[in-house]
Design a protein around this ligand. Structure first.
Ligand SMILES: [Cu+2]
Length: 363
């Protein structure tokens, strides 16, 4: 069979198969090509069947036995969305707060779609790496150990001395396998940043999984809110320099299977980061609502009131919104292709945060 490009395969298969099945075919997963697996996509979903042409909304996640094994991966997208790593703090003689983390790079096979494994490169065994959270003006110290078989770095976005930039040839430069280094700088400016490996070839080192969100809170803080982080990413599962699956926080359709529960009228603050490689832009779109957008989170005043925002590679911003009514609100990339290949989910808006307001038809 001739090489199947992702786009050609999608055009041919998307109307017939669920996105999960397409993904499996592209990934060369033999099991997925059994008729049983393909046919199973038509049942059980709560988004209706193909009568109105929305067959592509059906996906692996709705099939019995077709879920990613989060336990084996060692991280769960639902937990990850609310997991902020504040490290450990102490005080320097000067009175400045010292905040410290330890990051270890190592290889780990993760399941990125049901039955599709990916030989990831990770910080601390998860993709994305921990969401590092600090406060403006603190001293940050990140101890980095490379326990993988390839040289890596940690390059932080933000303001810091050149020697702390985590790029080859500057400061400690490339950290060879088995070696360690310490990155240390003051937290500035406040906002939503990111960190990632800066070894060459850059796109490969990033797309393998070496990235994470990096939040610097303003000194005076932000209004209290239900806070979430979504790192928009994708995976090139067949190494053709294009992505076969898309997601926020790694696992396609994870927030369809487990919608993110939020409370009506409560302020939701979403830290949104785009680390996608191979596709120039990514986007976030909310249904039935509008949000205020703070580009790079570096101002306390929003620049935009909208329902869709676009981010280039490495771009990020803070989304703030409230839902006035209960119910299920979809969010997704507004590039339909990304959506169909995994980058979509639901907010489940409830009156009572402890109530079970599961989606009708959920397995
Ligand atoms: Cu690297």
């Amino acid at each position: 069979m001739a090489t199947v490009t992702r786009r050609r395969a999608l055009a041919a298969l998307a109307p017939v198969l669920g996105a999960g099945a397409v993904t499996r075919l592209l990934a060369g997963d033999a099991a997925a090509q059994e008729p049983h697996h393909v046919a199973a996509t038509s049942a059980g979903g709560h988004h209706g069947a193909a009568a109105d042409g929305h067959a592509t909304l059906q996906h692996a996640g709705f099939r019995k036995g077709g879920r990613v094994d989060h336990e084996r991966n060692g991280f769960h997208p639902s937990a990850l969305a609310r997991d902020f790593d504040e490290g450990t703090t102490s005080r320097l003689a000067s009175g400045q707060v010292l905040r410290e983390w330890e990051l270890v790079a190592y290889e780990k096979e993760i399941e990125v779609a049901p039955g599709v494994t990916f030989a990831a490169w990770t910080y601390n065994g998860r993709v994305p790496g921990p969401t590092l959270r600090a406060r403006e003006g603190e001293r940050l110290r990140i101890s980095f150990r490379n326990a993988s078989r390839h040289p890596h770095t940690i390059h932080f976005h933000g303001i810091h001395p050149a020697a702390m930039d985590g790029v080859p040839g500057i400061g400690a430069g490339l950290i060879e396998p088995g070696r360690s280094t310490v990155y240390e700088f003051d937290a500035a400016p406040f906002g939503l940043h990111l960190y990632h490996c800066h070894a060459a070839p850059l796109a490969a080192h990033i797309t393998k999984g070496l990235y994470g969100a990096f939040i610097i809170d303003p000194e005076e803080g932000r209004p209290e809110a239900d806070e979430l982080v979504m790192v928009m990413n994708g995976f090139d599962t067949n190494f053709d320099r294009s992505n076969e699956v898309y997601a926020a926080n790694t696992i396609p359709f994870a927030y369809m299977e487990e919608p993110i529960r939020v409370v009506r009228d409560e302020l939701i603050r979403l830290y949104l980061v785009n680390v996608l490689e191979y596709d120039l832009i990514n986007s976030f779109h909310i249904h039935g609502n509008f949000f205020e957008y703070f580009p790079t989170g570096s101002s306390l005043r929003p620049s935009e009131y909208t329902d869709t925002v676009v981010q280039c590679q490495g771009q990020r911003g803070i989304v703030e919104m409230r839902f006035a009514t209960t119910g299920q609100h979809m969010f997704h990339a507004h590039q339909s292709e990304f959506t169909e290949l995994g980058w979509m989910g639901f907010f489940d808006v409830c009156d009572d945060p402890d109530a079970l307001c599961d989606l009708p038809g959920s397995p």
